[in-house]
Ligand binder design. Structure first.
Ligand SMILES: [Zn+2]
Length: 324
């Protein structure tokens, strides 16, 4: 593949962003922490929230310091400023242009044609600065691989189509829709917000419909970046993460591990990461044991089971889930 190609592993080794794609509550935070703790890599958490949950809210980084006190993020450059000097109005505009506020409904039109051109024309300057920010993050972290657990397929397009000095691989993380539904219904405290807010809760129908739509959007990357699209089920990852990576995403495993031997089965060694946003599991460090968490099987109601079969059945079976 040519070194000028916007997609794919280049002939000359370049730094690599591993972008985790998927719907919320699929286990991406723990996956990012494990991958980021590998010898050649570091995790940045969900970079799409950098502007709102980082710069504006001054939320808690994965290093357990407030964003403004973190040793990694504040001094990174964005244009002529560093992140700690970005004006709040400018940060709010960035949320809407290239951050978490960019509209998902623009997504279908962005794959081709005029709407994509208009989007990239409108946001060209910010996107170029964003790509430079990722480059600076490589330099500061001294890592060859950076993990971005943003998950959003829409935000992923920012990286896919932009000229940049690093490669991008897409790791689509899928989880049983019934486990995801169970998680979305739970009350969960956010540990990374100053006021101790709760994570949002979704109804069964909303969670299941979103599961179908978002996973379908993520799968489009199999066509958009065929050499750089990998898919893994959370259940396989939790059972034996190293084996799951080797069978589903071997080139990525090689890149993050630096070809060194690492843990096996459910055991993993996790270091603190400078991660923006994510599930509370991103604060758990040291020797961890992955939990496939199948408690939903005992708790799920017959109504939810039927709804999951009805709404997610065909796609879930295609991913290998027995839905009966
Ligand atoms: Zn930090």
């Amino acid at each position: 593949m040519s070194s000028t190609s916007p997609i794919g592993f280049t002939q000359q080794p370049r730094p690599l962003v591993v972008y985790i794609l998927g719907w919320g509550r699929s286990g991406s935070s723990v996956m990012a922490n494990i991958l980021g703790s590998m010898p050649a890599s570091a995790s940045m958490g969900e970079v799409r929230y950098l502007w709102d949950r980082g710069v504006i809210d001054n939320g808690i980084c994965g290093c357990e310091r407030a964003f403004s006190e973190c040793a990694f993020w504040p001094s990174l450059p964005f244009g002529t400023e560093t992140l700690n000097a970005i004006d709040p109005d400018r940060a709010r505009a960035l949320v809407r242009s290239v951050g978490s506020g960019a509209r998902r409904r623009q997504f279908p039109g962005l794959h081709n044609g005029r709407s994509r051109q208009m989007y990239f024309e409108r946001t060209a300057t910010d996107l170029d600065l964003l790509m430079s920010l990722y480059s600076a993050a490589f330099e500061k972290s001294q890592s060859q691989v950076l993990i971005d657990a943003s998950k959003s397929p829409f935000y992923a397009l920012n990286l896919l189509y932009r000229k940049r000095s690093f490669d991008v691989a897409f790791l689509h993380l899928v989880r049983d829709p019934r486990a995801v539904l169970h998680s979305w219904k739970k009350t969960k405290q956010r540990q990374d917000a100053p006021e101790g807010q709760l994570f949002p809760r979704y109804s069964s129908t909303r969670s299941l419909l979103q599961w179908v739509v978002v996973n379908a959007e993520c799968e489009r990357f199999a066509q958009l970046a065929p050499d750089m699209y990998f898919r893994i089920r959370f259940e396989d990852f939790a059972e034996n993460w190293q084996e799951a990576l080797l069978s589903g995403a071997a080139p990525l495993f090689e890149a993050v591990s630096g070809k060194a031997g690492v843990g096996n089965g459910r055991a993993a060694l996790v270091h603190a990461q400078h991660s923006i946003s994510g599930n509370p599991s991103r604060f758990v460090v040291g020797e961890i044991t992955l939990d496939p968490n199948t408690s939903w099987r005992d708790d799920i109601s017959q109504t939810d089971q039927r709804l999951a079969q009805l709404i997610c059945g065909p796609a879930a079976r295609r991913y290998g889930y027995a839905m009966d």
